[in-house]
Design a protein around this ligand. Sequence first.
Ligand code: SAM
Ligand code: DTB
Ligand code: SF4
Length: 334
Amino acid sequence: MNTEGMSSALATNINTSQSVIRNDWNIEEVKELFNLPFNDLLFEAHKIHRQNFNPNQIQMSMLLSIKTGGCPEDCAYCPQSAHHETSLKAEKLMEVEKVLSEARKAKESGATRYCMGAAWRSPKDHDLDTVCEMISGVKALGMETCVTLGMLTSLQADRLASVGLDYYNHNIDTSPEFYNEIISTRTFEDRLDTLANVRDAGINVCSGGIVGMGENVKDRAGMLLTLANLPEHPQSVPINMLVHVEGTPISRSDDLDQIEFVKSIAVARILMPRSVVRLSAGREDMSDEVQALCYFAGANSIFVGDRLLTTANPEIHKDSVLFEKLGIKGTPIE
Ligand code: SAM
Ligand code: DTB
Ligand code: SF4
């Protein structure tokens, strides 16, 4: 690629045959990546993807909302916040047996990781007992486990690690600069503290964010930069396109151009070469062709099944047909 005019660190990164793992990206470099011609950006991302992964394998996770709605946080995108009037009915924490029977179905449909989400600011210790039983039960089925329960103390993270939790999902959601437009009930620093507690407990970190909330390209760059400059790259990086839910304060925000979404995936792949990048929420509104571009740009994980936490996701059959057309296999990533 012609790297003339690029900053020297970026040009070096792009010209080396092996992708370099860096935690010292600066915002100008990341903005430069977003400004590359689309074909140059995708070519570069795909090259790095191939150096690190089999480009024809996609990991499949399935989600379950184990505790729905009534959340005290005010995240402007979220249908589960008690601050917004959505049509969602709040429910209490599910029973362990019910969760395990759903996990069995997920395994039968080909998912290799089961992700359980709770609409909490942070878990109470007695609720954590129940979640630990769920984790042990899902692991006994031979699946990987992931939970997302809000903020965690280091003691709580250690407890989850002690039952063998594989991944903890906690998103930074957006750039530090745009964050206050979206959430007022907890800070960006709070999020980073939870990520540190999870990392220090030895649990794999799953952290990403949402695009399409009215942020600008500098915010998308700032979000990805924050993730890439963590002490270790998150092992899993979900990139969500905002799902517009009636009753949330940003339900009427303009749709983000889907080419810009593909670019966000490509930049995530370049900044974090060995992380699994998940094409996460928002696939219901994406064509097969846009999803195929995301896979080319470096996405190698999706959520399967017709429900995310509370909103719709494509039927698994639809994904099977697309995978077949593209010669992609749904498989764990080694
Ligand atoms: N309450 C926990 C927390 O926020 O940490 C866990 C559940 S929360 C629903 C998990 C993530 O889902 C959020 O951090 C956000 O990135 C994503 N999410 C929620 N609503 C969304 C929406 N409408 N569109 C896209 N992503 C969304
Ligand atoms: C993530 O980044 N996306 C998932 C998972 N982590 C927990 C959640 C998407 C939620 C979309 C809105 C809903 O279904 O409620
Ligand atoms: Fe609560 Fe999580 Fe939704 Fe925020 S994203 S309102 S913390 S469930």
